[in-house]
Design a protein around this ligand. Structure first.
Ligand SMILES: NC(=O)c1ccc[n+]([C@@H]2O[C@H](COP(=O)([O-])OP(=O)(O)OC[C@H]3O[C@@H](n4cnc5c(N)ncnc54)[C@H](OP(=O)(O)O)[C@@H]3O)[C@@H](O)[C@H]2O)c1
Length: 320
């Protein structure tokens, strides 16, 4: 089967198209899935670079999203059968989705929404669970809340805007001017161009100094230090990004702020809520571009290159 293998850590050039044997079911609870589409997450290039070297042994098959068809099931599997369409995120640290077939435990599977394509479904599992965890479990976002989503045009951001809107929040986000209309069509009420304007000052003006109830950080840098300057009293900050540099939280204390740090664990329950939102038409996966898996190096270059000539909008999907 066609597989993308990483034998050494490094740049996109270490992603090698390789033929491997199709995996075989060896445990009664396993399921074999034909991967129809997968997607690219920053986590993939972080694994490729060696950021998570302590979790893996080379060679690695990375990739964290799968939409596909069940081909075969172990004898203890009763809920699923060959032909079922599923989507899921492989367990972090296990063999990933950059392969034509994937062997998994039945406990990881979710039924694919029936109103979207494999390509759209592959754009969802990792970020779907993540966004539900951030907005609902941690921030407990509710109707009438104000929220600022930093990084609105990214994979996480494009889904977070739609879900925040469906929960009844007033949504501020950051994104390049050329994407303003697209971000508003997703449900953003106010878009701040982070290349031209200071989001702290903009939020202060728009909220008349009150600040927003929730800030979602998908960009890192100084965001944890800066967020209290745009946060309402007793507001909540949720970050997805590791803290690569020291932060000063003195203003967080002045605001009685709550901080949440999210590192996604695959959760079928959380993905179930996203399936409901997709099937009721409240959320639609946003696809930036689609590449055949043989063009994996170009796909990684696109997500990593911060100086890309066309800004990223949504997820990069790979087809098999
Ligand atoms: N902890 C977890 O469990 C978890 C789960 C999923 C994702 N993540 C992390 O979350 C981050 C975002 O993921 P993603 O999939 O959304 O990435 P992505 O698709 O690559 O999107 C990144 C977005 O952030 C924007 N951006 C970059 N720097 C910015 C800045 N200084 N201010 C405002 N916007 C900025 C980019 O806009 P421009 O094009 O204008 O630069 C781009 O639209 C990544 O670091 C990823 O590793 C963590």
């Amino acid at each position: 089967m066609k597989t993308i293998v990483i034998k050494n850590y490094g740049g996109p050039e270490v992603l090698q198209v390789t033929e491997m044997p199709i995996p075989i079911i060896t445990d009664p609870s396993q399921v074999l899935v034909k991967v129809r589409a997968t997607s690219v997450n920053p986590l993939d290039y972080q694994v490729r670079r060696g950021d998570y070297a302590s979790f893996f042994e080379l060679p690695i098959i990375t990739g964290h999203d799968i939409a596909g068809d069940i081909i075969a099931v172990g004898e203890a599997v009763k809920k699923w059968q060959p032909g079922d369409k599923v989507y899921y995120s492989p367990r972090f640290g296990s063999s990933g989705s950059y392969a034509a077939y994937h062997l998994t435990e039945e406990s990881s599977l979710s039924r694919m929404p029936d109103n979207i394509s494999y390509e759209e479904a592959a754009a969802v599992p990792l970020i779907g669970g993540t966004v539900w965890e951030m907005l609902v479990v941690r921030a407990q976002l509710k109707k009438g809340d104000t929220i600022l989503i930093l990084g609105g045009a990214g994979g996480v951001g494009t889904l977070a805007i739609q879900i925040a809107k469906s929960l009844g929040a007033f949504v501020y986000t950051t994104g390049q001017s050329v994407l303003h209309e697209k971000l508003q069509n997703l449900g953003a009420d106010v878009v701040i161009d982070h290349h031209q304007k200071n989001w702290i000052e903009e939020i202060q003006v728009h909220t008349k100094g009150k600040g927003v109830d929730v800030i979602i950080d998908t960009v890192g840098g100084n965001t944890l230090s800066d967020s209290p300057l745009a946060l309402a009293d007793y507001g909540t900050v949720v970050t997805l990004v590791d803290i690569a540099q020291p932060q000063n939280l003195i203003h967080a204390w002045e605001k009685n702020a709550t901080y949440h740090f999210v590192f996604t664990r695959q959760s079928r329950d959380e993905l179930y809520h996203i399936t409901q939102l997709i099937e009721t038409g409240k959320v639609k996966p946003v696809i930036d571009s689609i590449y055949p898996i043989e063009e994996i190096k170009n796909a990684h270059q696109r997500i990593e290159d911060s100086k890309r000539d066309r800004p990223l909008f949504g997820k990069i999907v790979l087809t098999l």
